[in-house]
Design a protein around this ligand. Structure first.
Ligand code: SAH
Length: 244
Protein backbone atom coordinates (compact mmCIF):
# COMPACT_ATOMS: atom_id res chain seq x y z
CA UNK A 1 0.00 0.00 0.00
CA UNK A 2 2.81 2.38 1.01
CA UNK A 3 4.62 1.56 -2.26
CA UNK A 4 1.52 2.59 -4.27
CA UNK A 5 1.17 5.92 -2.42
CA UNK A 6 4.85 6.69 -3.11
CA UNK A 7 4.50 5.86 -6.81
CA UNK A 8 1.68 8.38 -7.53
CA UNK A 9 3.70 11.62 -7.24
CA UNK A 10 6.37 10.11 -9.48
CA UNK A 11 3.79 9.17 -12.10
CA UNK A 12 2.34 12.71 -12.04
CA UNK A 13 5.81 14.24 -12.48
CA UNK A 14 6.59 11.85 -15.34
CA UNK A 15 3.27 12.70 -17.07
CA UNK A 16 3.99 16.44 -16.65
CA UNK A 17 7.47 16.03 -18.15
CA UNK A 18 6.08 14.18 -21.16
CA UNK A 19 3.39 16.85 -21.69
CA UNK A 20 5.87 19.72 -21.39
CA UNK A 21 8.31 18.04 -23.76
CA UNK A 22 5.57 17.79 -26.39
CA UNK A 23 4.71 21.50 -26.27
CA UNK A 24 6.03 23.54 -29.20
CA UNK A 25 9.16 25.50 -28.31
CA UNK A 26 9.77 23.32 -25.25
CA UNK A 27 13.17 22.13 -24.02
CA UNK A 28 12.86 18.91 -25.99
CA UNK A 29 12.47 20.99 -29.13
CA UNK A 30 15.68 22.84 -28.33
CA UNK A 31 17.90 19.84 -27.58
CA UNK A 32 18.44 18.81 -31.17
CA UNK A 33 19.42 22.24 -32.56
CA UNK A 34 21.73 22.82 -29.57
CA UNK A 35 23.41 19.47 -30.22
CA UNK A 36 23.66 20.25 -33.95
CA UNK A 37 25.18 23.64 -33.13
CA UNK A 38 27.77 22.02 -30.86
CA UNK A 39 28.60 19.56 -33.63
CA UNK A 40 28.90 22.39 -36.16
CA UNK A 41 31.33 24.25 -33.89
CA UNK A 42 33.30 21.07 -33.30
CA UNK A 43 33.43 20.45 -37.08
CA UNK A 44 34.72 23.98 -37.62
CA UNK A 45 37.44 23.42 -34.99
CA UNK A 46 38.36 20.19 -36.79
CA UNK A 47 38.68 22.07 -40.09
CA UNK A 48 40.95 24.69 -38.48
CA UNK A 49 43.15 21.86 -37.20
CA UNK A 50 43.28 20.23 -40.66
CA UNK A 51 44.40 23.55 -42.16
CA UNK A 52 47.03 23.94 -39.41
CA UNK A 53 48.26 20.41 -40.26
CA UNK A 54 48.75 21.47 -43.87
CA UNK A 55 45.56 20.55 -45.77
CA UNK A 56 45.43 23.17 -48.53
CA UNK A 57 42.94 22.06 -51.21
CA UNK A 58 39.97 24.42 -50.91
CA UNK A 59 37.54 21.84 -52.27
CA UNK A 60 38.69 19.19 -49.78
CA UNK A 61 38.43 21.72 -46.94
CA UNK A 62 34.89 22.62 -48.07
CA UNK A 63 33.94 18.93 -48.15
CA UNK A 64 35.37 18.31 -44.66
CA UNK A 65 33.41 21.34 -43.46
CA UNK A 66 30.19 20.01 -44.97
CA UNK A 67 30.11 16.27 -44.23
CA UNK A 68 28.62 15.49 -40.82
CA UNK A 69 31.01 12.93 -39.38
CA UNK A 70 28.81 12.41 -36.31
CA UNK A 71 25.95 11.20 -38.50
CA UNK A 72 28.11 8.36 -39.85
CA UNK A 73 28.68 6.79 -36.45
CA UNK A 74 26.46 3.71 -36.10
CA UNK A 75 23.73 3.72 -33.44
CA UNK A 76 25.30 3.03 -30.07
CA UNK A 77 28.65 4.53 -31.15
CA UNK A 78 27.68 8.19 -31.05
CA UNK A 79 30.47 10.27 -29.53
CA UNK A 80 30.49 13.89 -28.39
CA UNK A 81 34.08 13.80 -29.57
CA UNK A 82 32.99 12.93 -33.13
CA UNK A 83 35.26 15.68 -34.55
CA UNK A 84 38.40 14.87 -32.56
CA UNK A 85 41.35 14.15 -34.83
CA UNK A 86 41.49 10.44 -34.12
CA UNK A 87 39.82 7.23 -35.28
CA UNK A 88 36.57 6.22 -33.54
CA UNK A 89 35.07 2.75 -33.04
CA UNK A 90 32.20 1.76 -35.35
CA UNK A 91 31.79 -1.83 -34.09
CA UNK A 92 33.01 -5.17 -35.48
CA UNK A 93 36.58 -4.20 -34.42
CA UNK A 94 36.62 -1.48 -37.09
CA UNK A 95 37.10 2.26 -36.94
CA UNK A 96 36.17 5.41 -38.84
CA UNK A 97 39.49 6.93 -39.96
CA UNK A 98 41.10 9.97 -38.39
CA UNK A 99 39.81 13.16 -40.11
CA UNK A 100 43.34 14.30 -41.03
CA UNK A 101 44.02 11.02 -42.84
CA UNK A 102 40.65 11.22 -44.65
CA UNK A 103 41.45 14.79 -45.78
CA UNK A 104 45.06 13.92 -46.63
CA UNK A 105 44.19 10.86 -48.74
CA UNK A 106 41.41 12.76 -50.49
CA UNK A 107 43.78 15.63 -51.24
CA UNK A 108 46.41 13.26 -52.61
CA UNK A 109 44.03 11.65 -55.11
CA UNK A 110 42.01 14.88 -55.70
CA UNK A 111 39.01 13.47 -57.58
CA UNK A 112 37.34 15.81 -60.04
CA UNK A 113 33.55 15.90 -60.52
CA UNK A 114 32.30 12.86 -62.40
CA UNK A 115 35.48 10.79 -61.97
CA UNK A 116 34.90 7.18 -61.05
CA UNK A 117 36.39 6.26 -57.69
CA UNK A 118 36.50 2.84 -56.04
CA UNK A 119 36.86 2.76 -52.28
CA UNK A 120 37.76 -0.43 -50.45
CA UNK A 121 36.49 -0.49 -46.84
CA UNK A 122 33.30 1.58 -46.70
CA UNK A 123 33.11 1.24 -42.90
CA UNK A 124 30.95 4.10 -41.64
CA UNK A 125 30.51 5.65 -45.11
CA UNK A 126 32.29 8.88 -44.07
CA UNK A 127 35.18 8.75 -46.55
CA UNK A 128 32.73 7.82 -49.33
CA UNK A 129 30.64 10.88 -48.42
CA UNK A 130 33.68 13.18 -48.57
CA UNK A 131 34.51 11.83 -52.05
CA UNK A 132 30.87 12.23 -53.15
CA UNK A 133 30.85 15.79 -51.80
CA UNK A 134 33.68 16.50 -54.28
CA UNK A 135 31.42 15.26 -57.06
CA UNK A 136 33.13 11.89 -57.59
CA UNK A 137 31.12 8.92 -58.81
CA UNK A 138 31.76 6.66 -55.82
CA UNK A 139 31.72 2.86 -55.70
CA UNK A 140 32.62 1.31 -52.38
CA UNK A 141 33.03 -2.25 -51.10
CA UNK A 142 32.70 -3.34 -47.46
CA UNK A 143 33.33 -6.87 -46.23
CA UNK A 144 31.31 -6.72 -42.97
CA UNK A 145 27.60 -7.06 -43.88
CA UNK A 146 26.36 -4.97 -40.93
CA UNK A 147 28.71 -2.11 -41.83
CA UNK A 148 27.72 -2.33 -45.50
CA UNK A 149 24.04 -1.94 -44.51
CA UNK A 150 24.86 0.82 -42.05
CA UNK A 151 26.86 2.83 -44.60
CA UNK A 152 24.20 2.42 -47.31
CA UNK A 153 21.60 3.76 -44.89
CA UNK A 154 23.80 6.61 -43.53
CA UNK A 155 24.87 7.77 -47.01
CA UNK A 156 21.26 7.82 -48.24
CA UNK A 157 20.09 9.66 -45.10
CA UNK A 158 22.79 12.31 -45.57
CA UNK A 159 21.85 12.67 -49.24
CA UNK A 160 24.90 11.07 -50.92
CA UNK A 161 24.51 8.90 -53.99
CA UNK A 162 27.23 6.26 -53.66
CA UNK A 163 27.07 2.67 -54.89
CA UNK A 164 27.97 0.36 -52.01
CA UNK A 165 28.13 -3.41 -51.93
CA UNK A 166 29.06 -6.02 -49.40
CA UNK A 167 31.94 -8.07 -50.71
CA UNK A 168 35.65 -8.78 -50.74
CA UNK A 169 37.67 -5.76 -51.76
CA UNK A 170 40.54 -7.93 -53.05
CA UNK A 171 38.28 -8.78 -56.00
CA UNK A 172 37.59 -5.14 -56.85
CA UNK A 173 34.43 -4.43 -58.85
CA UNK A 174 35.12 -5.64 -62.42
CA UNK A 175 31.60 -4.75 -63.65
CA UNK A 176 32.33 -1.05 -63.06
CA UNK A 177 36.07 -1.01 -63.90
CA UNK A 178 38.18 0.79 -64.95
CA UNK A 179 38.36 3.35 -62.14
CA UNK A 180 40.16 6.67 -62.37
CA UNK A 181 41.01 6.32 -58.73
CA UNK A 182 41.13 3.62 -56.09
CA UNK A 183 41.35 4.43 -52.40
CA UNK A 184 41.91 1.61 -49.93
CA UNK A 185 41.08 2.35 -46.30
CA UNK A 186 42.27 -0.93 -44.77
CA UNK A 187 45.80 -2.27 -45.03
CA UNK A 188 46.71 -5.22 -47.27
CA UNK A 189 50.16 -6.77 -46.79
CA UNK A 190 50.78 -6.73 -50.52
CA UNK A 191 49.50 -4.72 -53.45
CA UNK A 192 46.13 -6.34 -54.43
CA UNK A 193 46.68 -7.39 -58.06
CA UNK A 194 43.06 -7.18 -59.17
CA UNK A 195 42.80 -3.60 -57.95
CA UNK A 196 45.86 -2.62 -59.97
CA UNK A 197 44.26 -4.29 -63.03
CA UNK A 198 41.04 -2.32 -62.52
CA UNK A 199 42.82 1.03 -62.47
CA UNK A 200 42.34 3.12 -65.63
CA UNK A 201 45.32 4.24 -67.68
CA UNK A 202 46.46 7.50 -66.11
CA UNK A 203 44.66 6.52 -62.89
CA UNK A 204 45.98 6.62 -59.35
CA UNK A 205 45.58 4.44 -56.31
CA UNK A 206 46.30 5.29 -52.68
CA UNK A 207 46.58 2.61 -50.04
CA UNK A 208 48.17 1.79 -46.71
CA UNK A 209 50.55 -1.10 -47.30
CA UNK A 210 52.12 -3.48 -44.79
CA UNK A 211 51.36 -5.65 -41.79
CA UNK A 212 52.74 -4.01 -38.64
CA UNK A 213 54.67 -1.18 -40.09
CA UNK A 214 52.49 0.43 -42.75
CA UNK A 215 53.10 3.25 -45.18
CA UNK A 216 50.73 5.06 -47.48
CA UNK A 217 51.65 4.21 -51.05
CA UNK A 218 50.52 6.14 -54.11
CA UNK A 219 50.59 4.25 -57.37
CA UNK A 220 50.15 5.86 -60.78
CA UNK A 221 49.40 3.80 -63.88
CA UNK A 222 50.90 5.08 -67.12
CA UNK A 223 50.29 2.63 -69.95
CA UNK A 224 52.15 -0.52 -68.99
CA UNK A 225 54.20 1.30 -66.38
CA UNK A 226 53.54 1.89 -62.69
CA UNK A 227 55.09 4.63 -60.68
CA UNK A 228 54.91 4.16 -56.93
CA UNK A 229 55.61 6.70 -54.26
CA UNK A 230 56.09 5.89 -50.57
CA UNK A 231 54.38 8.39 -48.34
CA UNK A 232 53.44 8.84 -44.66
CA UNK A 233 53.74 6.08 -42.05
CA UNK A 234 50.17 5.16 -41.03
CA UNK A 235 48.15 2.75 -38.90
CA UNK A 236 45.05 1.22 -40.53
CA UNK A 237 43.01 -1.87 -39.68
CA UNK A 238 44.16 -4.90 -41.72
CA UNK A 239 42.46 -5.74 -45.01
CA UNK A 240 40.63 -8.97 -44.25
CA UNK A 241 41.28 -11.86 -46.62
CA UNK A 242 37.94 -12.87 -48.12
CA UNK A 243 36.85 -16.40 -48.91
CA UNK A 244 36.66 -16.13 -52.71
N1 SAH B 1 36.55 4.35 -44.97
C1 SAH B 1 36.00 4.00 -43.70
C2 SAH B 1 37.07 3.44 -42.77
C3 SAH B 1 36.72 2.09 -42.39
S1 SAH B 1 37.95 1.14 -41.58
C4 SAH B 1 35.26 5.16 -43.07
O1 SAH B 1 35.30 6.27 -43.59
O2 SAH B 1 34.59 4.95 -42.06
C5 SAH B 1 38.27 -0.08 -42.80
C6 SAH B 1 37.11 -0.90 -43.28
O3 SAH B 1 37.61 -1.86 -44.20
C7 SAH B 1 36.39 -1.70 -42.20
O4 SAH B 1 35.04 -1.35 -42.20
C8 SAH B 1 36.58 -3.15 -42.63
O5 SAH B 1 35.49 -3.98 -42.34
C9 SAH B 1 36.81 -3.01 -44.14
N2 SAH B 1 37.53 -4.13 -44.75
C10 SAH B 1 38.54 -4.88 -44.25
N3 SAH B 1 38.94 -5.82 -45.13
C11 SAH B 1 38.15 -5.67 -46.24
C12 SAH B 1 38.07 -6.34 -47.49
N4 SAH B 1 38.83 -7.37 -47.81
N5 SAH B 1 37.16 -5.89 -48.39
C13 SAH B 1 36.33 -4.84 -48.11
N6 SAH B 1 36.37 -4.18 -46.93
C14 SAH B 1 37.26 -4.58 -46.00
Amino acid sequence: MKGKTMAWPLLVIAALLVTVSLLPGSCADQILPVEEKTMEEAREAMVRLLIAYGVRDEKVIAAMRKVKRHNFLPAGYFSRDAYGDHPLPIGHDQTISQPYIVAYMTERIAPRPGEKVLEIGTGSGYQAAVLAELGADVYSIEIVPELASHSIEALAREGYKCTVKCGDGYQGWPEHAPFSMIIVTCAPEELPEKLVEQLADGGRMILPLGAYSQRLVILRKKGERFITEDDLPVRFVPMIKGTK
